[in-house]
Design a protein around this ligand. Structure first.
Ligand SMILES: Cc1ncc(COP(=O)(O)O)c(C=O)c1O
Length: 388
C-alpha cells in the first residue's frame, strides 16, 4: 500500500534518509577532525559498510563521495565490488574504496583489486606476496594499506611482527603501499589508558617505519571516538562511521556535542485502529492487558523490518509527533500502540519509530544494545527514500 512523499510513491513503512543532514554531519566531522591541527589537513574515509549502517550503501556512499569524502570504507570485497560498480556508473567524483576486510587467496578478488579503485588492507605477508605476484603477472600495481593490530585482537599484523612485515612488503615491486592504519577498542571513552596506549604504540611503530623503511601517504587510527577524544596531528586520515549518520558511539561516554543529527527517520502510518475493552490482551503471548477501554493503533512494522522484538512493551512511537507506548509483543509485521481514548489518532496518521525527535539510541538503551545495531538492523524490505 502506497502513499506519496516528496512526490514519490512510497510504502507505508520506509526509512527517510536525509542527505542534507548527511552532508552537514560530514562537514561537522571534518571540522572536528581538523582540530587535530594536522599540517596538510585530514582526509576522510567514510565508513559505509553494512549497507551504510542501514542507510543504503550505494546511495549513501555516492552522496558522501559527492560531498567530498576522499575514501569510502567497506567491510569486505563483496561490498567493495557492488559499490565500485555503482560509483563507476553514477558518480563523477573519484572517491577511492578502502576495503577494511581481509583479502584471502581468492584470485578473483586479486583481479578486482588491481583493476579497480579498490585498495586492499594487508594483514598477512603471504597474501601480500600472492597479490604482488598476481599484479606482476597482469602488469599492474595493487594499491594496499597495512593493517596493524594494536588492541582489538581482531585483524592486522601484531605489533611484534609489524616492522619486519612492512619491511618485506615494502620490497614487493608490484604493490604500492599507500597507507598504514590501526583501530581503537575503547576510543568512545575520553582519556582512556588503553586507547592512549594503542595510540602511543601505533605512532611509535609508524614513526620508526617512516625513519627506516618507507613513508606512508596515509596514516590513520581514528573512528568516531578517536576523532572526538584522541586527536593527534601525526595522523592524516580518519574513518568516521556512526557520527556521519548522526549518532555518538556511546551517549554516556562521549561528552562532546559536535552538532551532528540523525540522518535516518524510520517512518510508518497507522494502518488500523481497534477499540479494545478493558482487561483484554494485545498480541502474541498476551504480554499486555488493557486496564480500561482504549484505542489501539496498529502500525505495519515489526521485527521483520528490524524493529526488535526486545522492544516489546517498552518502546514509544511518535504518532502525529506525540509519544505513545507500544503494547504487547512486537510481531514480525506489526507493532501496536496504546493511544488511550484519544480520537486524535486515526488511520493513516504519521508514525515515527525513531529519528531526530526520538533518537535510535533510546531504542538501543531498551534492548541493551548499541545504536549501531538499531540502525544496521533496518531490514532490506524497508524502502529507503532519499531526501535533500
Ligand atoms: C576499521 C574500522 N574503522 C572505522 C570504523 C567506524 O567506527 P565508528 O562507526 O565508531 O565511527 C569501523 C566500524 O566499526 C571499523 O571497523
Amino acid at each position: 500500500m502506497n502513499h506519496h512523499f516528496h512526490g514519490k510513491n512510497v510504502n507505508y513503512t520506509y526509512a527517510e534518509i536525509n542527505l542534507k543532514t548527511l552532508r552537514l554531519n560530514l562537514a561537522a566531522v571534518r571540522k572536528e577532525a581538523g582540530r587535530a591541527g594536522t599540517p596538510q589537513g585530514v582526509k576522510i574515509c567514510s565508513v559505509i559498510k553494512s549497507n551504510a549502517y542501514g542507510h543504503g550503501m550505494n546511495e549513501t556512499a555516492k552522496a558522501l563521495a559527492d560531498f567530498g569524502s576522499e575514501y569510502l570504507g567497506t567491510a569486505d570485497y563483496r561490498e567493495s565490488l557492488i559499490l565500485s560498480d555503482f560509483l563507476n556508473k553514477h558518480s563523477k567524483k573519484k572517491a577511492k574504496i578502502l576495503c577494511l576486510g581481509i583479502l584471502t587467496e581468492e584470485k578473483k578478488f586479486f583481479d578486482e583489486v588491481v583493476t579497480r579503485n579498490i585498495e586492499a588492507s594487508i594483514a598477512d605477508v603471504g597474501i601480500a606476496k600472492m597479490l604482488n605476484d598476481y599484479a606482476g603477472s597482469v602488469n599492474r600495481k595493487a594499491i594496499v594499506q597495512i593493517q596493524i593490530e594494536t588492541g582489538m585482537n581482531r585483524i592486522g599484523f601484531p605489533l611484534s611482527e609489524a616492522y619486519e612485515a612492512v619491511e618485506a612488503i615494502s620490497k614487493m615491486k608490484n604493490l604500492k603501499v599507500k597507507g598504514i592504519y590501526s583501530h581503537y577498542a575503547t576510543s568512545e571513552i575520553a582519556n582512556n589508558a588503553f586507547a592512549k596506549k594503542q595510540l602511543k604504540e601505533f605512532k611509535a611503530l609508524v614513526k620508526s617505519l617512516e625513519s627506516n623503511v618507507m613513508k606512508f601517504e596515509l596514516r590513520h587510527i581514528s573512528n568516531t571516538g578517536g576523532i572526538l577524544n584522541y586527536k593527534d596531528p601525526y595522523f592524516n586520515m580518519v574513518r568516521p562511521g556512526i557520527s556521519l549518520y548522526g549518532y555518538y558511539p556511546d551517549r554516556k561516554k562521549v561528552v562532546k556535542d559536535i552538532g551532528i543529527k540523525p540522518v535516518m527517520t524510520l517512518r510508518s502510518r497507522v494502518n488500523f485502529v481497534n477499540n479494545v475493552p478493558k482487561r483484554q490482551s494485545i498480541s502474541y503471548g498476551r504480554l499486555h492487558f488493557t486496564e480500561k477501554p482504549v484505542r489501539i493503533a496498529s502500525i505495519p512494522i515489526g521485527y521483520g523490518d528490524g524493529y526488535s522484538r526486545l522492544l516489546t512493551n517498552k518502546s514509544k512511537v511518535l504518532i502525529n509527533g506525540r509519544p505513545y507506548n507500544t503494547v504487547g509483543a512486537v510481531c514480525m509485521d506489526w507493532v501496536m500502540a496504546d493511544v488511550g481514548n484519544s480520537h486524535d489518532v486515526n488511520v493513516n496518521d504519521e508514525v515515527i519509530l525513531f529519528g531526530e525527535d526520538y533518537p535510535a539510541y533510546r531504542l538501543s538503551e531498551i534492548t541493551g544494545s548499541i545504536v549501531y545495531e538499531v540502525i544496521c538492523n533496518v531490514s532490506s524490505r524497508v524502502q529507503r527514500v532519499y531526501t535533500y
